[in-house]
Write a protein that binds this ligand. Sequence first.
Ligand code: 5GP
Ligand code: ZN
Length: 119
Amino acid sequence: MRLRSRRRGSSLPDDCLFCRLYKEGDHVREGDGFVAIKDINPRADVHLLVIPERHAPSFREVGEFEPDEAKRMLEFVADTAREAGLEDYRVVVNVGEGAGQTIFHLHWHILGGHTAGLP
Ligand code: 5GP
Ligand code: ZN
């Protein structure tokens, strides 16, 4: 196993809000290396965020995830939506400031029900 797999990311996680919320946030769901939380500023009837334990700054670095880990992350998103009672929903990942990313720790928005614009 590569070093970064054991450390689950390495770029300044001490300063990262989502690294902190992974450890001590109010989780609606927890799994093996992933959590889901409610967005503090919801843009939809249901607005959840899926946060991986691994600190990757954005979706651009999704290759830092092991293949199995990346698959489990996608399944965690789908399972979280299903457990929230959603059948139809949107999954959004903002990549870079110009696309609206404000927290530079890869995360997935799940938006269900009435949606008031993109997050
Ligand atoms: P981004 O804009 O990076 O795609 O998404 C970041 C999201 O995190 C935003 O929708 C924002 O409302 C949410 N957010 C920011 N700070 C907090 C926080 O302290 N707690 C929670 N639960 N969500 C947050
Ligand atoms: Zn982080």
